[in-house]
Every structure is written in C-alpha cells, then in structure tokens.
Design a protein around this ligand. Structure first.
Ligand SMILES: [Zn+2]
Length: 86
C-alpha cells in the first residue's frame, strides 16, 4: 500500500501516512464501499433462503396440522373412551 499524497510505502493497517501525515482511509474507502454491496447481496440471498425455509415450514405445518388435530382428537377420544369404560 502506498500513500496517495507522497507515494511512500505505508502499512496496510495505518490510518495516517508516517511521512506526510495524509489520512489514508481515502485510499481504503473504494474497497470498503464495494464490500457492503457483496454483503447486501449475501444478506439478500440469505433472506430469500430463510423466506423459502419459512414458506416450506408453514406449508408442512399447514399440511400436518389437520392430521395432528385428527390424531389429537383420536387420542383424546381414545383416552375418554378408556376413562369411561374403566
Ligand atoms: Zn504520504
């Protein structure tokens, strides 16, 4: 990494040029501005994946719920049947 102002070699983590004292985030900014775009895209993909998972989970629950209610009522009916006939 080199200073934009004087062109001397600067450490990558340095925030100021040791020779001329120019602030260096001006050089780092183009890279940091590109990273959020990738992050946003990744977040969007994650959001879409999570949304699909939620949709699938809701579909499974919606399909399974009548059966679960049916099984629940059957179990309750069976226990009531056993309770009344014991
Ligand atoms: Zn400099």
């Amino acid at each position: 990494m080199h200073c934009k102002h004087c062109g001397s070699g600067v450490e990558p983590n340095a925030s100021f040029c040791p020779k001329c004292g120019t602030r260096l985030p001006d050089i780092i900014n183009p890279n940091t501005n590109m990273q959020p775009k990738v992050g946003c895209l990744a977040q969007l993909i994650y959001a879409v994946i999570i949304f699909i998972f939620i949709c699938v989970a809701l579909a499974i629950i919606a399909l399974a719920l009548p059966w679960m209610l049916l099984i629940g009522f059957a179990v309750i009916g069976l226990t009531m049947f056993i309770f009344f006939f014991s």
